[in-house]
Design a protein around this ligand. Structure first.
Ligand code: GLU
Length: 471
């Protein structure tokens, strides 16, 4: 695991599906490594046994791969079984050694305070208008008192914050950060159930895995001074930290794993292409990337962590949609065919496949719309939109009968059909096109009629119009 140069990592806790915000962190970390010809690791932070689930691990690996990310070490890499070290749940003995080392050197001490004790303390501090932080009650116990209490009481292990003044670091994204040491109370590094605090194992592993650059959400900023203290006390290297502005939803609230609709999984299920998601994410909170779809190498080339946004970035599906349209222009025919759902593929006649794909590429953004198009073109089961029904109901008298005549005369030649129908009805523009399109396609919008009609065939077009021609 040794190596020089830049090493970055993505370190998800497998407690839910990866959402757009996590995915962006993973992408930026991968791009930063790629930019410097470095290494990118995947580490599973599954120390919270209650909330971590094996199925989430499988899902997140699949999602990251789908996005196109590859890692140089981590789950799913190398020979079978070699990846177990990248699961924190397998690293307990190692953390234990560091706990013991810190305790032996008085950088940490057992704390017997119960949740009720701590709550009382906080209430009192709030009453005195003080910021709540641990008072250090158990720090002053003698060695004898500790030994005696350890025999009969559960204990957490607390880090003994030492020194005064400030602790600072230069954030890769936000620039210089300073914290007052006096504001940081002694903090728990091992809970009384024996499990490590998240930021403890996180810091230890970054150091042991030679991680040089950590990019993560700004919700972790307050952990950083504590992690720096732990690493310094252990004589371990401190990585460069960069805290990204969070990705927020339309109401300004940070995205969470509970918002299923913004998970990578959900976006993929809705037909978004990985290229579209990557290109959207790459620009979320990062400016100055050229227009046009870029691959990971291109995106890595200009990756500049100092230029990342400090403020929140708002998830905007319209933007994602824009990149989806771009990605659909670029995907090859086989890829586009595979993107359609099975029902659609079954419905498209072999000799119409090419024309259908062209139409999809030019007009559609998701497989459901493509399926509807296949129904409109090749079946007689399709929905009638409300506004389309209205256009039919308010069409000029005998409009559809005249349209049938026009089809008899012109077949599916739309230019001819339009001319003939204009002459016979005296109508122009919307009054002419809306009822025609509505009756033939069930909607008022969609691909050019000139392209649709030949694919549908004259007979189908005629039948749909005839159904509206009364008397
Ligand atoms: N397991 C942490 C999380 O999912 C990782 C934090 C970090 O990247 O340092 O939020």
């Amino acid at each position: 695991m040794s190596g020089t140069g830049v090493t970055t990592r993505f370190a998800p806790s497998p407690t839910g599906d990866i959402h757009i915000g996590n995915a962006r962190t993973a992408l930026f970390s991968a791009l930063l490594a790629r930019r410097h010809g470095g290494r990118f690791l995947l580490r599973i932070e599954d120390t919270d046994r209650e909330r971590s689930r094996a199925e989430h691990v499988g899902a997140l690996i699949e999602d990251l791969r789908w996005l196109g990310l590859r890692w140089d070490a981590g789950p799913g890499c190398g020979p079978k079984g070699a990846d177990t070290v990248y699961f924190q749940s397998n690293r307990g003995a190692l953390y234990q050694r560091y706990f013991e080392d810190l305790a032996a050197r008085e950088f940490a001490y057992p704390c017997f305070c119960t949740p009720a004790d701590l709550e009382r303390e906080r209430t009192r501090q709030r009453g005195d208008a003080q910021a709540p932080r641990y008072s250090g009650r158990c720090r002053g116990l003698t060695a004898g008192e500790r030994r005696e209490r350890l025999e009969r009481e559960p204990a957490a292990l607390r880090f003994a914050v030492a020194g005064t003044g400030t602790l600072g670091f230069d954030d890769l994204v936000r620039g210089p950060q300073t914290f007052r040491v006096a504001d940081i109370g002694d903090f728990v590094i091992r809970r009384s159930d024996g499990t490590p605090a998240f930021f403890f194992s996180n810091a230890i592993d970054d150091a042991l895995m030679n991680v040089t650059h950590v990019l993560r959400g700004e919700d972790h900023l307050a952990n950083t001074p504590r992690q720096i203290m732990i690493l310094r006390a252990l004589g371990l290297p401190v990585p460069h930290y960069g805290h990204l502005g969070l990705v927020v939803d339309e109401h300004g609230a940070p995205l969470s794993k509970r918002r299923g609709d913004v998970s990578l999984r959900a976006l993929r299920a809705r037909g978004y292409l990985a290229d579209a998601v990557v290109n959207y994410l790459a620009r979320l909170g990062r400016s100055g990337i050229d227009e046009g779809l870029r691959d990971l190498d291109d995106l890595a080339r200009g990756f500049e962590e100092h230029a990342l946004a400090r403020g929140p970035a708002r998830f905007d599906e319209r933007q994602l949609h824009h990149w989806q349209r771009q990605a659909l222009q670029k995907i090859d025919a086989a890829g586009l065919w595979g993107w359609l759902d099975e029902e659609t593929r079954a419905r498209v006649p072999a000799d119409q496949r090419e024309a259908f794909l062209r139409m999809v590429r030019g007009n559609m953004s998701d497989p459901v719309a493509a399926r509807q198009l296949a129904h409109i073109l090749f079946s007689d089961v399709f929905d009638m939109a409300e506004d389309a029904q209205r256009a039919i109901d308010t069409a000029a008298e005998r409009f559809f009968c005249r349209a049938v005549d026009a089809v008899d005369q012109c077949g599916t030649d739309f230019a001819c059909l339009r001319r003939v129908l204009m002459d016979s009805t005296g109508l122009r523009g919307h009054a002419l096109f809306a009822p025609l399109r509505a009756a033939v396609t069930g909607g008022l919008e969609g691909p050019e009629m000139a392209q649709l009609l030949p694919m549908m065939g004259a007979q189908r077009v005629r039948e749909r119009l005839l159904r509206r021609c009364h008397g």
